[in-house]
Ligand binder design. Structure first.
Ligand code: URA
Length: 189
């Protein structure tokens, strides 16, 4: 077991545990505050992320940044990672076996960051973290507590690019997250 995110990152370097390694340019490990109270989990790197080695730097990420600004969340105060760390070809969904291999790394990141709240961005993150009995349409915007962590499933920001009407939910859910975080931080002094 790694004792720090840097150590884990080194362990993952050059990973060839699944087929996604074949097409990647960079492993997209994750970025942000190492002991953040708030963590975001997306699906997997797209072309921009693969190019730059950082999550959510493309179109969807820019939209997320805008919403962060709007509700007062600072990127440098959160930790951001994905279900899979290498780009699926043609941005297809990660296959179940790819996700289940890679999620060991993500679980290590969650253990090391030890966040109070995890925001699950979209169906792939929700189903892989909490199980397939959950659905993003029925469960988004709803707090789910598991193992002392509060989870909030919300739309994936890429869904907002396809359907603008989802922006209202996205902003509302992020506001709820920010308020809950402030409440928890005030309670803990
Ligand atoms: N979509 C994701 O799910 N993750 C990223 O890092 C970028 C786009």
């Amino acid at each position: 077991m790694a004792s720090s995110l840097d150590e884990l990152k080194k362990e993952i370097d050059g990973c060839r545990k699944c087929r996604l390694c074949e097409g990647r340019k960079n492993i997209v490990f994750g970025v942000g505050k190492p002991n953040a109270d708030l963590m975001f989990i997306g699906e997997g790197p797209g072309a921009d992320e693969d190019e730059q080695g950082e999550p959510f730097v493309g179109k969807a990420g820019k939209l997320m940044d805008k919403a962060f600004d709007g509700v007062g969340i600072k990127r440098e105060n959160v930790y951001i990672a994905n279900i899979v760390k290498c780009r699926p070809p043609k941005n297809r969904d990660p296959e179940d076996d790819e996700a289940s291999i890679c999620i060991d790394y993500l679980n290590e990141q969650i253990r090391l960051v030890n966040p109070k709240i995890i925001v699950l961005l979209g169906r792939i993150a929700l189903n892989n973290i909490l199980g397939k009995e959950y659905g993003i349409t029925k469960d988004r915007g709803r707090w789910i507590e598991k193992d002392n962590i509060l989870y909030m499933p919300i739309w994936h920001p890429a869904a907002l690019l396809r359907d603008e009407s989802k922006k209202i939910d996205f902003w509302k859910d992020l506001k709820e997250v920010k308020q809950k975080l402030e409440l928890m931080e005030n309670e803990n002094g």
